[in-house]
Design a protein around this ligand. Structure first.
Ligand code: TYM
Length: 336
């Protein structure tokens, strides 16, 4: 892998297997990853270490960690061309995280939006892991020396703190880490819930969340109930402030079909939401159909998925351990 570093830039990203993958994860992140493989050297992982900052059912977590791999592959991430792995299979993540936590300030972690949100949601379990989560994320990233980290908008702050930590470390020890750039897609960077268009689409509101594995009927039902707007205009027009629900549906439709908002407005002129909502459902159903079918097929081949994980862990660990050794040496840990 290392020899190609000079030729291709590197990209890395991850998703927590804390729930089913949904349209927000897909349009905000995965869809953009699959297109990059010829241009970049790509590392994508399932962030299982991160999930236990919130209580998980162990059997469910195990199951979803395999399902998520099947879904990554079904979304077009070829395991021959991308390094696909499970975070807990590469111990260097936890090891670097400890070192970096000593170069991260309490104050900067206190300012993280996700920490504030999650500690408000889980008041009975504001654990230290929830607080130091961004340090582990920084370790995930910096171990692989990536140039770019493709994420949805909500993760931008975490990539920014990663840059701050890396710069701080480099300023003490020299050029140890590549400073990564967040890569936020123009379309799909923030998909809102269908039932709550003021909040990002999230598994915690399942009725407004379209999961990649939902049946066509289920998807049609969720779009049918999608909140549009409170005015009586019934006109497909892009206005994020006054018609957030319609703007969200237009964003979804546009991201999948590649049509501009003007083209969509023209296509549905005079037709109202009654025609528009089923049309959005239809493009989503047809787009997700081959992904669902392929993921279902792959899930029957557990031996293959395990082998992908084994290969991925080996390829990832090769790169990660190289960075970890360098860091250990720089901070003064005695080497044998
Ligand atoms: P996570 O698991 O919450 O989400 C995974 C990816 O999906 C994007 N995303 C969305 N994009 C658009 N609209 C939405 N409604 C939406 N919901 C989620 C997220 O921005 C993200 O790109 N901390 C990370 C996981 C992680 C990671 C990393 C990512 C751990 N280590 C290292 C990159 C690099 C997280 O919780 O994402």
């Amino acid at each position: 892998m290392e020899e190609t570093k000079d030729k291709k830039k590197r990209m890395l990203s991850g998703i927590q297997p804390s729930g089913e993958l949904h349209l927000g994860n897909y349009l905000g992140a995965i869809k953009n990853w699959a297109d990059r493989v010829n241009e970049y050297e790509c590392y994508y992982f399932m962030a299982d270490l991160h999930t236990i900052t919130v209580r998980q059912d162990p059997a469910e977590l195990r199951k979803r960690s395999v399902q998520q791999l099947a879904q990554y592959i079904a979304c077009g991430l070829d395991p021959e061309k991308n390094v696909l792995f499970l975070q807990s299979h590469v111990p260097a993540h936890a090891q670097l995280s400890w070192v970096l936590s000593c170069y991260t300030m309490f104050g900067e972690l206190s300012r993280m939006t996700q920490f504030k949100d999650k500690s408000a949601q889980h008041k009975d379990n504001i654990n230290a892991g929830l607080f130091t989560y961004p340090v582990l994320m920084a370790a995930d990233i910096l171990l692989y020396q990536p140039d770019y980290v493709p994420v949805g908008e909500d993760q931008k702050q975490h990539v920014e703190i990663t840059r701050d930590i890396a710069q701080r470390f480099n300023s003490i020890y020299g050029d140890v880490f590549t400073i990564p750039e967040p890569l936020i897609a123009k379309a799909g960077a923030r998909i809102y819930g269908l039932s709550t268009p003021g909040d990002k689409m999230s598994k915690s509101v399942p009725e407004g969340c379209v999961f990649l594995m939902d049946s066509p009927d289920e998807i049609a039902r969720k779009f049918k109930r999608a909140v549009t707007d409170s005015d009586t205009e019934n006109c497909v027009h892009f206005d994020k402030v006054n018609k957030p629900g319609v703007a969200n549906l237009m964003n979804i439709y546009s991201t999948i079909t590649g049509k501009s908002y003007e083209e969509i407005e023209a296509e549905f002129a005079g037709q109202g939401y009654g025609k528009f909502k089923p049309a959005v459902a239809e493009v989503v159903v047809e787009h997700l159909r081959p992904i669902r079918e392929e993921a279902e097929r792959l899930m029957k081949d557990k031996a293959y998925l395990d082998q992908v994980y084994r290969d991925g862990a080996e390829r990832a660990a090769y790169v990660a351990n190289k960075t970890l050794r360098k860091v250990y040496k720089k901070v003064g840990f005695y080497q044998l």
